[in-house]
Design a protein around this ligand. Sequence first.
Ligand SMILES: Cc1cc2nc3c(=O)[nH]c(=O)nc-3n(C[C@H](O)[C@H](O)[C@H](O)COP(=O)(O)O)c2cc1C
Length: 330
Amino acid sequence: MMNIIQKAGKSGAFLAPLAGISNLPFRLIARSLGCALAYTEMISANGLVRKTDRTFEYLKTCADDHPLGAQVFGADPEIVAQASSIIANNGADLIDINMGCPVKKVIKTGSGAILMKDPVLVARIITSVKKAVQIPVTVKIRSGWRGGLINAVEIARIAEDSGADAITIHARTADQGYSGKADWRIIAEVKKAVKIPVIGNGDIWQPRDAVKMLRETSCDAVMVGRGALGNPWIFKGIIQACSGQTENYLPSLDQRQKMIKNHWEKEAQFLGSKLADKRFRKHFLWYTKGLEGASRFRQLAGKLKDGEAILNELNEYFRSVREQQVKIMP
Ligand SMILES: Cc1cc2nc3c(=O)[nH]c(=O)nc-3n(C[C@H](O)[C@H](O)[C@H](O)COP(=O)(O)O)c2cc1C
């Protein structure tokens, strides 16, 4: 029987857990463009068990936000299990355990990628989460801790033996952070070593990269992180590319403008406009990256006070681009 990962993997790419980014508005936008499964950002197991308000914000979801993976991080098997059971009672379709985050703040608590150095603890955490919840449990790992310590295959086997329902590999070591090129060969090795579904992740920037990863690694699904920033259309492009279509998947100027407005409105509704003012700036920059003549807008956006003002400036930019287009038409 196909599990949730295999089923979703057949219908499109997944949106990665992205701290500060993969919130409800962004997940809904990605889904509207064909994303087949989306994850919350990583949520502290301690925060959930202690019932910190901020932590519960990350769990906010709605009827259109499925299938949803909620990602948890922690190092104490009992606490991670308790947190997972809270997550399961709050509408997530699967629990993903973070064993790949290289950020100091996380590592120093014994969570995230440092767990890859402690296979015994990896097994204990997964076993205890599996006992606590009925929904599927997946694990997200790196290739290894550092260059000389590539152990994704060993950790994936342990995850499988401990009951994990799927495994995601971000094909970089923890000490690489997000730099250097992802080495997809490790994804292929893990796929050969385990029977549970494998999700490949790292350096999918264009739809054709997804097709290449699927072909080269035989993974069951692909996960997109940074490639979706300012480009949620990549999910539609991946569906097209996987079915052999080569037409342009990118939006028209009008569609891009509408999407930015739509995303901004969703964020303002979700966070309140004050917080959205702060948090949405990066999206304005991502959405306009590489667009012709956008550098003036991008410079100005950094100086403007609030999202409304940036949105007005953006409309002005799109209007001037349209005018230019009309002028150069014969
Ligand atoms: C800003 C940012 C935040 C991230 N937050 C998380 C997170 O909360 N949990 C996680 O497992 N990975 C996180 N990641 C890693 C991504 O999920 C993904 O594994 C990584 O970016 C590689 O994929 P990509 O090359 O498609 O970006 C984050 C990455 C970035 C750039």
